[in-house]
Design a protein around this ligand. Structure first.
Ligand SMILES: Cc1cc2nc3c(=O)[nH]c(=O)nc-3n(C[C@H](O)[C@H](O)[C@H](O)COP(=O)(O)OP(=O)(O)OC[C@H]3O[C@@H](n4cnc5c(N)ncnc54)[C@H](O)[C@@H]3O)c2cc1C
Length: 327
């Protein structure tokens, strides 16, 4: 009976949305494979009600790894914790988020177990019982299909916002198994975390993103975009040109050397659409481009294009959205 396992991403003891998205895909594949089950691995402190919630979201069995070493995120300790749970659960497949944490952790886990890793996947199929993943390559210009060799588990990281979490089913129950780990000899330790800007969702989890480019001309003009973000409940992004100019922090950068995002709606404001920017956002479901140059490359991938001066268009859009959303 193949097990599709998910490595939960926890924040303050609660599972982040990517965990629920991965559970939904694991459930689908478990059903497709006939008699498959869904495992969930949680590393470190987890709120007491979380196990029940994760069962409602699709987990059949939860492996909760506990130990002092897992008090906060630390790559080496978490890789050891994951290894301990995987040795217990023995899943065929392990999904992890293609998030900052997942990208840090997945290669370490794969290397420790000497198994294959497909990163940043956006689709899975079962071909004669074999898992095949689809993933963007060449900065999103093409897609590749990859399969794993015989070593198990097959590890894949999944791009956030690719799959839709299941409707919670309160009749579902999961067995919880505790997996203890002892002290981990780590070569690095996390000295502390600093919270980045405001109450906005992280770019990789955001449903709506408003990004500004070189045309913002300075940090003060990003206020225009922050207003639009507030009205839409969106997260603020930026092109590298705006980040390199020092107008906004690098944590907002979208693209090849920034974050890869996958929102439902992406606003590209005063961004030309260089290939390195597209690498981070071209899989967005709806792209709205605002640019005064009608030949800007961004219009080639935009679902909606507004040719105009952002300093006129953005305040008008903000006003209209505010009015429409109040009604
Ligand atoms: C190795 C490497 C990695 C890179 N990684 C990234 C990355 O991760 N992310 C990234 O974004 N870039 C990245 N870049 C840089 C990338 O090549 C581009 O230089 C950058 O994306 C351009 O940013 P931009 O679109 O904001 O600026 P520009 O290309 O200068 O475009 C500005 C746009 O604003 C429009 N405009 C000007 N004024 C107005 C106005 N008033 N109203 C409306 N529109 C207006 C212009 O018509 C133009 O299209 C990378 C480059 C390299 C070489």
């Amino acid at each position: 009976m193949p097990m599709f396992a998910v490595l939960a991403e926890l924040k303050d003891g609660a599972a982040r949305k990517i965990t629920l998205e991965m559970l939904a895909e694991a459930r689908r594949l478990a059903a497709l494979s006939g008699s498959g089950s869904v495992g969930l691995i949680a590393l470190g402190p987890m709120a007491p009600e979380e196990a029940e919630r994760l069962a409602h979201q699709g987990a059949d069995r939860i492996y909760h790894v506990e130990g002092e070493a897992l008090a906060g995120y630390a790559a080496e300790a978490h890789a050891e914790g994951a290894k301990a749970a995987l040795e217990r659960a023995k899943p065929d497949t392990l999904f992890m988020g293609a998030t900052s944490q997942g990208k840090d952790l997945a290669p370490r886990v794969a290397a420790r177990l000497r198994v294959g890793l497909a990163s940043d996947c956006t689709e899975f199929t079962l071909q004669n019982g074999d898992l095949v993943a689809r993933r963007p390559i060449y900065a999103g210009k093409a897609f590749g299909r990859v399969a794993w060799n015989a070593a198990r588990p097959r590890i894949a990281t999944i791009r956030p916002n690719t799959f839709t979490p299941l409707e919670p089913d309160s009749s579902r129950k999961a067995q919880v198994e505790k997996v203890p780990i002892g002290p981990v000899k780590a070569r690095a330790r996390v000295a502390g975390f600093e919270r980045s800007e405001g109450e906005m969702l992280d770019l990789t989890e955001a449903n709506i993103i408003v990004s500004g480019g070189r045309a913002m001309q300075g940090p003060e003009n990003f206020e225009l975009l922050r207003k639009l973000c507030k009205v839409l409940g969106a997260t603020l992004g930026a092109s590298r040109a705006a980040v390199d100019a020092g107008w906004i922090d690098h944590s907002h950068q979208v693209g090849q050397t920034g974050k890869v995002v996958n929102p439902t709606v992406y606003f590209a404001v005063g961004i030309s659409g260089a290939i390195q920017h597209l690498a981070g956002m071209s899989s967005s479901r709806t792209i709205v481009a605002i640019n005064k140059d009608k030949d800007a490359p961004i219009f080639k991938i935009a679902s909606y294009g507004i040719v105009g001066d952002l300093y006129q268009v953005v305040p008008l859009l903000t006003e209209e959205f505010e009015r429409a959303l109040k009604e």
